[in-house]
Every structure is written in structure tokens, then in C-alpha cells.
Design a protein around this ligand. Sequence first.
Ligand SMILES: Cc1ncc(C[n+]2csc(CCOP(=O)(O)OP(=O)(O)O)c2C)c(N)n1
Ligand SMILES: [Mg+2]
Length: 564
Amino acid sequence: MPVRKPARKRSVSRPASRRNAEQHTIGGYLIQRLQDYGIEHVFGIPGDFVLQFYTMLCDSPVQVVGCTREDNAGFAADGYARVHGMGAVCVTFSVGGLSMCNSIAGAYAEKSPVVVISGAPGVDERRSDPLLHHRVRDFNTQREVFEKITVASASLDDPLTAFREIDRCLAACERFKRPVYIELPRDRVRANCPYPYQPGVEKPVSDRQALHEAVEEAAEMINSSRRPIIIAGVEMHRFGLGDEVVRLAEKHQLPMCATLLGKSVVSERHPLYLGIYEGAMCRESVRKFVEDSDCIILLGTFMTDIDLGIYTAKLDIGKCIYVTSDLLQIRHHHFNDVLLSDFIRGLLKADLKPPRRPIPPQCRREESKFVLEPEARLTTRRLFERINELLDEHMVVVADVGDCLFAAADLTIYRDTEFLSPAYYTSMGFAIPAALGAQFADQNLRPIVLVGDGAFQMTCLELSTAMKHRFNPIVLVLNNKGYGTERFLHEGAFNDIPNWEYHRMPDLLGGGWGFEVRTEGDLEKALRAALANRDRFSLLNIHLDPTDISPALERLARSLAKRI
Ligand SMILES: Cc1ncc(C[n+]2csc(CCOP(=O)(O)OP(=O)(O)O)c2C)c(N)n1
Ligand SMILES: [Mg+2]
């Protein structure tokens, strides 16, 4: 189902007759369809090959959000998509598009539905094969690159097919929750459809017999098990099935875990929720409870190395019901043509009678009160204990790659889907721009951005855009003077990075609040001030010892040490 949120109304400067006429142009139709899918903001940077379309966008109810770099625009659109249901980015040819490859690859890997729109030289301009600026090899190079990292792509060079192509790409984006690429040659933006176009809606359906047999086999397995458990993954969020998972668990009192990539897919305050399962990286009690199970119901999880605690997880597929949007496997039986949503809803309706499996008290996280030691030097462990107390239902935690991601696994997120991180593709630089996208997607959410000094140095200038729009993320820079996670794997001078005065970013950007934190007392003061400063971003430069690591990374180190 397209995510249909009412588009934000803005004053439109052009006469209505012109706007209506534009709806029948390729550019106008694309903008209309973006809105049909609930897209209210498009991130990007203009250039001469996309200026006409930018003008059209600016005259539409869709708000264009200018970013400092195209890769950041890609991350922002990804963050927006994760919160809002679908995102979009619009850039110029090659110099813009190609610099977005990494962020769009991440969106592909982690199933985030982002529509990539790129301007391109006009079809008529290409006739004598000229060396136009931004050209790489030939005029198809960028589209061919994006074919590899999107689920559908099209070049809208022919008005006869362009309208259908727009619908095909957007439907694929929505169905597969993966990016799509739409290229718009600049001389086709205002081209009209040569015939009255009617969008056709084709909905995928499950094979009824396969669905029936799969649900029956799953029910049999659950009913004959003694220690069933659900592990919920990121796809439950992407496909809007989080509520169904909770209903399934509640109906049969099934205990639940989540994966790191799927963290917060169900509320972490739910009484049936145990925590994140990620092999040796999770708490031992949770690990034991999961690995003792004789029926592991994996719903929309990706079996990634990080989610499996660098493959320290011990899950026997012979004890699993494993369903994603791409596959359905019950023990070693594979079923084809069964939609994820149909299977989950089928399970909800099935006659399940699983045994009750009480959650042992040691699996519950102890909620100890954080007692401040004002003079103590701050450590990662204490920092995250304090952050855990700070979180409320109006915040979204956005974690970058590095120890902050491992440490964040231990945070308790209040509401569902309020934790964003690139926990599979693990590209550094995600958090600051993704937080911008998340705040555009839901302006009632305040981002708590967790970012290492290395990742911060990559994309920090997107704070300038947050500043421009008076957004108020609280950015915690974990300044351990280098690539700590890599130091932990392999020490070398290449892991040292310059120690910037991060807390002085407000001087550069002309606003915001900066704090330097060394002790627990400094942290307390800075956090209180940051929470009170609701008008701009706050940035905490948190000095940590270069050898200090989070409890999660410590757990992994201990487990790996046993194996070596
Ligand atoms: C774009 C990108 N480049 C390189 C890496 C490899 N890498 C993984 S973690 C890491 C260090 C991260 O440093 P920092 O952000 O300071 O976090 P820390 O590990 O210190 O907690 C690097 C370089 C990556 N994941 N992504
Ligand atoms: Mg670091």
C-alpha cells in the first residue's frame, strides 16, 4: 500500500492552469506520483542538467531540502524513508549521482526505499556524441552503475513509455523496499504524454496453496515445540508489520528478541521482550535463552555477520522458521511465492497452541539508577548508562558505525522503530545526515545522534542544514582520538586521526551549542543544557580514552579470544 500522508500545503507561485498542464508532463507526473506515495520532501543539490525539474519541484507542494553533499543527501533520504515509509533524492548528472553511490548502496543493502532522481543531458543534445561536461564514458554510464544498486531503473527519454516507467519504478520501490533510479533528460521534463495515460496497479499475490501449506507446517512446528521464541528483524518495520508481531507474541505469550538492524522494531519496554540477540555480543542470559530454543521464529531478519555477532551466533536452521520478503524456509523446506505479510497474518489466524515459556529473571535487564560521580572520568559504559536514562518517547536514536553502534545495542528504546543505524552495510557517516532526514520525516522527534570522531569527520557539515532548518539534534561525538573499532582489531598509526575541536562547530556554522565533556559532571551539565536548548543543535565533544570500549565490544572480544 502506498504510504499516503497528506502533502503539506504551501503557497504555489505559478498559475493553476499552468500547474494542471504540468501534471501531464513527465516531470509533473513524477512529482504527482511522489506525493501519492507520501513523499513531502526531496533532498539533493541542483545542477544544470536538473534545473528545470528543480524549478518544477520548487513550484510544487514538495519541499526541496538542499544538502551540503550528494552522499549526505542520499543518507538523509534514507533516514527519511526509514521513518516516513519512502524517501527521495534529486541530483544532477554524474558528479551528483555518482557521489551518491555509497549511500544508495547502503539503502539497497538495508532495504530502505529511496527514489533516486537524476537529471541528464537532453536526448537531442546527445545526437553527435558530444563531450558534454559531467560525461564519464558514455551517456548511459551513470544509469548502468545504478542498475547494480537499485531494484528498478529507468531513463525517461521517451514520452511514450516514460509515464509507465515512473509507475513501474515507484511500485518496485514500494514493493521491495529498495532504492530505484529514475533518470530524466533535461529536454524531456516538460514533454507531454502522447496518449491519455491511466496508471495500472498490479498487486503481487501469494500462491494460496503454498501459503496454506507453509502456515500449516509452521503451526505444527510451533505447537510441537517446547521452547519457542520470536526474533524480529528490520523487515517487520519496513513492511509495517511490527504491530502484527506484537499481536502474535501477545496472543500466545511468545517471548521476543530483535536483531541489531531491527532494534526497536517492537517496543523494548514490552514485557515479552528480552533484548537484542546477536550471538556473543549480546547479554549471556539472552544468548542462552535463544540458543536453547527448539523453535526460533525469525521474522524479517537478515542473517548478517553483525546481527549474528560476527558469526558467533549458534542458530540451527533445522530449528528455525525463517521468513523474509525474499524467502520462506521452515527447517529445510523452502516455499516460493508466499508474501511476507500474508505469512505473518496467516500465523496470526492459525490455531497455535505453543507452550508457555516463562522469561527467567536474569534475562530481564536490570534497570539500575545512574548515580552520578561528578569527578570521575567518563567511560563508554557510564556514558551509555546515562543516555539510557535520558531517552523518552519523543526521541529517535541515530547511531553511526563504530563502538557507538555496539554500545547502542544495550539502550532501551521506548517506542517502536525509533532506532536508526546502518547495522549491516555499516558505512561511516550515516548518522548526521540520516538524523536530518528523520527529523524532516517527523518533526516531533528529537534525534539523539551517536557518532564516533572518525565518522563525524566524514559528514559533520550536514549539521549546517540542520542549523538552517532550526532542527535540534543532540549530537554526541565519542572522541576516542581515532578509529577505535579498528584499533581493537588491528592497531596501527593509520587509526590515529586529528583531534578537532568538535565543540566549536557552532562557531563555524553560526549557531548551535557546543560542550566539551571529560567527566561525568561535565556530561550531566552538558546534557541538561542540551535538553533545554530546543531551538538549535547541541554538540557534545566527549573525550574518551582511546583504549576504552563498550561492554558489547568487550563481550565480543572475550568470546573471540576463547576461539583463537
Ligand atoms: C565509509 C567507511 N569507511 C571506512 C570504514 C571502516 N571502518 C569501520 S569502523 C571504522 C572506525 C570508526 O571510527 P570512529 O567513527 O571514530 O568510531 P570508533 O571506532 O572510534 O568508535 C572504520 C574506519 C567504514 N565502515 N565506512
Ligand atoms: Mg573514534
